[in-house]
Ligand binder design. Sequence first.
Ligand code: ATP
Ligand code: MG
Length: 138
Amino acid sequence: MERTLVLIKPDAVEQNIIGNIISCYESAGLKVTALKMEQVERKVAEEHYKEHYGKSFYNSLIEFIIRSPLCALILEGKDCIDKVREINGATNPKEQKEGTIRKKYAKGITENCVHASDSVESSEREIKIWFPNLNNKK
Ligand code: ATP
Ligand code: MG
């Protein structure tokens, strides 16, 4: 079964909407198979977002991700990688569709409440970063 890695980012935890966000995934038939909450170390945030190293928003993105606790979860279900990105909504606020998590709750392009893996390769890489003790076989 396909898996994806979701982060409920610090801005969402601060807004007390963890439950609302998880409900969006569960209502879509996806299953939470791992879940934790922590304030992450800088090196974990940097590993997670290493594809963005050197971009103009990189430093503020890392500072945002480490500023207070976040939730990391694994979701499982058919086509869950694409489904979760659809439920989350677009990165660009102007492209966010009604009903998506980001349209409802995001404050801006950086503080956008949720992360989800964008491919099978990213999901396996990210699951190893956030849940290193899990049996990482599919
Ligand atoms: P995520 O990887 O968090 O699911 P995404 O795949 O929609 O988001 P990416 O392009 O991977 O978007 O960017 C990673 C994160 O960096 C975004 O979620 C957002 O928090 C921040 N970000 C992306 N682009 C910008 C930008 N132009 N200005 C400021 N922050 C940005
Ligand atoms: Mg991304």
